[in-house]
Design a protein around this ligand. Structure first.
Ligand code: R5P
Length: 293
């Protein structure tokens, strides 16, 4: 009977051992609910605290951009080397094997094309769809200083409110207008606004001068956006510097899938992000693996 004084049962309660209360490894995320933390822990590796997100969502406003003409052929072989895929629901449903154990970050803002003003986005996916697709976060573009600044910021806050009801994190993606200056001052402004208004983590570009002030003044994790294709060594150097200066990893697209050796490149990026490998050693790894591709 349960209420008899059985010494063996008493022993199983381990009253001498206090229950461990786990802290949470991600900056600014300690007060989030369990589901939110669990999703973030599927995006960010709890051991390194960082992530290699593979961004392949460009088609949502650019169509079949170079390297993404056939996602089934160019991207699916890269999946084993990514921590997370960032993409649209269209590509997820049509091309990405549902058997993948990788976490998904779903692009949820959209409604524009390269033929018109890009900042005029709305919310293009609802929360039930994100839950149905079992994704780990929703990504919203935020155009601080852009023509539709207000609408894009409010798109993000709406997803933060809706996502919070479901334990679904929101990734704010800072988009910079063509004529705007990309410097630490701008990125401090843009990332801090996103964090203050509730984004759970933020994707932003690297800048040579003062990137550490961008990460320091942002109370949630920052992942570095890749940007246009540059030589592999330069891209690895940029990713390395970003991580050393406080980024919690990268969200890279073209510098991986437009590389001559994408499988080698994503592994070299992983070495920099998760193992703090130097750019020189990571580039040597890229060359060595590239010869086998
Ligand atoms: C652009 O708005 C998309 O969010 C891409 O995911 C982003 O630009 C990252 O890709 P890339 O490293 O090619 O710049």
């Amino acid at each position: 009977m349960a209420d008899t004084d059985d010494s063996r049962e008493t022993h199983q309660y381990h009253p001498e051992k206090p229950q461990k209360t786990e802290g949470f490894f991600l900056k600014g995320s300690g007060s989030l609910d369990w589901g939110m933390k669990n999703r973030l822990a599927r995006i960010f590796n709890p051991d390194s605290g960082r992530t290699v997100m593979l961004a392949i969502d460009h088609g949502y406003f650019q169509g079949p951009t170079s390297g993404l003409e056939r996602v089934d052929i160019s991207i699916v072989p890269l999946i084993p080397y990514a921590d997370t895929l960032m993409l649209t629901r269209g590509i997820l449903r049509t091309v990405i094997p549902a058997s993948t154990p990788k976490s998904i970050v779903l692009r949820v803002s959209g409604g524009t094309s390269i033929l018109k003003e890009l900042s005029n986005e709305g919310l293009a996916v609802d929360i039930e769809e994100a839950v149905r697709l079992n994704v780990c976060a929703m990504a919203v573009q935020v155009f601080v200083g852009g023509e539709h600044e207000r609408e894009s910021i409010l798109n993000m806050t709406k997803m933060v409110d809706i996502g919070t009801r479901y334990g679904m994190p929101t990734l704010a993606v800072t988009a910079v207008g063509k004529d705007m200056k990309r410097d630490a001052r701008y990125f401090r402004l843009a990332t801090r606004i996103c964090a203050e208004l509730g984004a759970h983590y933020i994707k932003t570009y690297y800048v040579e001068e003062g990137f550490e002030t961008v990460t320091a003044s942002c109370p949630v994790p920052i992942v570095m956006a890749g940007g246009k294709k540059i030589p592999e060594f330069d891209a690895l150097t940029m990713a390395s510097k970003a991580c050393q200066e406080g980024a919690a990893g990268v969200d890279m697209g073209r510098n991986i899938f437009q590389s001559d050796h994408p499988i080698a490149m994503i592994q070299a990026v992983r070495a920099v992000v998760h193992r703090n490998e130097t750019p020189e050693r990571a580039f040597a790894l890229y060359e060595e693996l590239g010869r086998k591709e």
